[in-house]
Structures are given as C-alpha cells and as structure tokens.
Design a protein around this ligand. Structure first.
Ligand SMILES: N[C@@H](CCC[C@H](N)C(=O)O)C(=O)O
Length: 295
C-alpha cells in the first residue's frame, strides 16, 4: 500500500489517499492506525489521515483522522493543512477547498507559488462552550452551562487541583493557564505524562479531552505545551492552539490576533466576527510503500 508521510509543526501524520477507492477496510481503520503509528516498529506518527470522496455535494473532499491509539477524532488543525496541501497538489486543483470533517465544514484557502501550497488558512468554524457540546458532565453544572476558569480536582500529587476552561472547536479541548495555577511550563513538561494523561481521561469528560498548558507572553503571543487525546505529547496541535487563543481572548488575556509558539514552531490564529481562522504551513516528507505494518 502506498502512503505519504507529512507533518505540520512536527505533528506527524501518515496520509492515505482513498479518494479513488478504499485501501483500508472501514472496520480495520482503527487497528491499522494504531499499528502503523507505532514508532520504532512501523512507520510511526501521531495519527493517520484518510482522504475520501465527500458524502454530499456540499463538500469537495472528506477528511478522516485517526489518533495513534486508534481512536477516530472529529478534526485536526495541523492534519487538515497537510491534507489540503496533498489534495491541491495531487488530487483536485480547487482553491478554496470545502472539506467535510466529523467536526463540520472547514474551508481551506491556500497560498500557492509555482503550483506548490506554501500556506493554508483554515476557517475553523465557531466555538462551542456549552457542557453538552464538549461533552463534560460535572456536579453543580447544567448541560447548558459553560466551564470557564472552573476548578477540577485531580488524584495525582504533583497538581491536586487545576483551574481550566473547556471549548469544542470541532473536537474537545481543556485550556489551562500556567500563571493561574502557580506553575510554569518546565513543571508541566516534567509531569506531563501524569497530569496530561489524568485530565485527558478524567471521568468528567466522557469522550476524553485534549489538554493544553498555556503561558501568556503578551497580548499578542502565547506559548503552549500540549497533551493530545489519543496521542499523548505532540510538538503542536492546531485545534488546541485555536482553542487556547479563543479561551485567552474570552478571558481578556489576549487580543483577537495571536502568534502561538509551540514546540514544533509557530501558528497564527485570528478571531473574526464570522469565526476563527488558523494560518500555517505543512510539509510532505516522503512517499513510500508499506511492506510490513508491524504489530
Ligand atoms: N493534532 C491535532 C488534533 C488531533 C486529534 C486530537 N488528538 C483529538 O483526539 O481530538 C491538531 O493539530 O488539531
């Protein structure tokens, strides 16, 4: 089977082109993704992206994303920029592209030079804050309430409680400001495997959650360390960066246009009246043929 390895800010994906026909059976996609993402034993990656024909004329193309643990996510910000580059350069010369995702319609507008996609600006839709839309279930809150700057008790002894905010930008995110929790990003990095994992799997989040630790540098810049649902530590998360900027804007910490510094590089987010936009690049690393998926 042919595949392409791509990344955006070091968040790396195995891209499978199923536009002209299925390559991995629907029921096998989860296990296939878990196996092929295993670093050292197989190709290795944070997830797998499948390019498919859309299910209705409303869209040009369909985006599917599976995390490295085999779970299917609704959306992926870095992944959809990789996807757009692949689709424009190799399948459909259309700009902008109307993309069908499990998280809703995403419009991807490409900056092109000599037929090569240099940058992708993605319309990320409008955020949802109600607990029923995250989803989150916590005592004392109604399904129509928001959980902004709320407190969550944890079981680990490094951070026994945390102040966080939640938002759904197609997929669910918890945003934690280090300055509001008397911690810093060095502390976060040291205990991320414990703290990130506990919040991801906390019983208040029935579908688990992506977790982002944010340091506000000034009203136009933030720094983020991410723990992704289904993938663990990653060098960057596009939807997570979008979520972090939305929350920091909602709390009055930053303006509507922010440059986010991630371990894998920088990403621009802009909040406009009609929704939120993410701007960044994507890289094709190599094309290859799978001989042995591993186990
Ligand atoms: N890395 C992605 C998000 C991938 C999906 C996520 N782990 C989830 O389960 O929701 C991004 O760049 O947005």
């Amino acid at each position: 089977m042919e595949f392409t390895k791509m990344h955006a800010l070091g968040n790396d994906y195995i891209v499978i082109n199923e536009f002209y026909g299925e390559k991995v059976k629907e029921n096998d996609k989860s296990e296939f993704s878990r196996k092929i993402c295993r670093r050292g034993f197989s190709v290795g990656g944070d997830g797998v992206i499948f390019i498919q024909k859309p299910t209705s004329d409303e869209y040009d193309v369909r985006f599917r994303i599976f995390n490295s643990d085999g779970s299917e996510a609704e959306m992926c910000g870095n992944g959809i920029r990789c996807f757009s580059k692949y689709v424009y350069e190799r399948i459909i010369k259309k700009n902008p592209l109307k993309v069908e995702t499990k998280g809703g319609l995403r419009i991807c507008e490409m900056e092109i030079e000599n037929d090569e996609v240099k940058k992708v600006k993605v319309f990320m839709g409008t955020p949802k804050f109600k607990l029923k839309d995250i989803p989150m279930k916590i005592e004392g809150y109604d399904e129509n309430d928001e959980f902004i700057d709320g407190e969550l008790k944890l079981k680990n002894h490094y951070l026994p409680k945390v102040k966080l905010s939640v938002v759904n930008v197609g997929n669910p995110h918890a945003v934690i400001f280090v300055e509001d929790n008397n911690i810093d990003l060095n502390f976060v990095k040291k205990y991320l495997n414990v703290i990130g994992k506990e919040i991801e799997n906390h019983p208040v989040f029935p579908e688990r959650i992506n977790v982002h630790f944010v340091e506000v540098l000034n009203s136009n810049e933030i720094r983020i360390v991410t723990w992704e649902r289904g993938a663990g530590y990653t060098t960057a998360c596009g939807t997570g960066t979008t979520a972090s900027v939305i929350i920091s804007h909602k709390l009055g910490k930053t303006k509507n246009k922010v440059l986010a510094h991630l371990d894998g590089g920088n990403l621009e987010i802009e909040i406009k009246n009609d929704g939120v936009y993410m701007i960044g690049d994507a890289v094709i690393v190599y094309d290859a043929k799978l001989i042995n998926i591993g186990w």
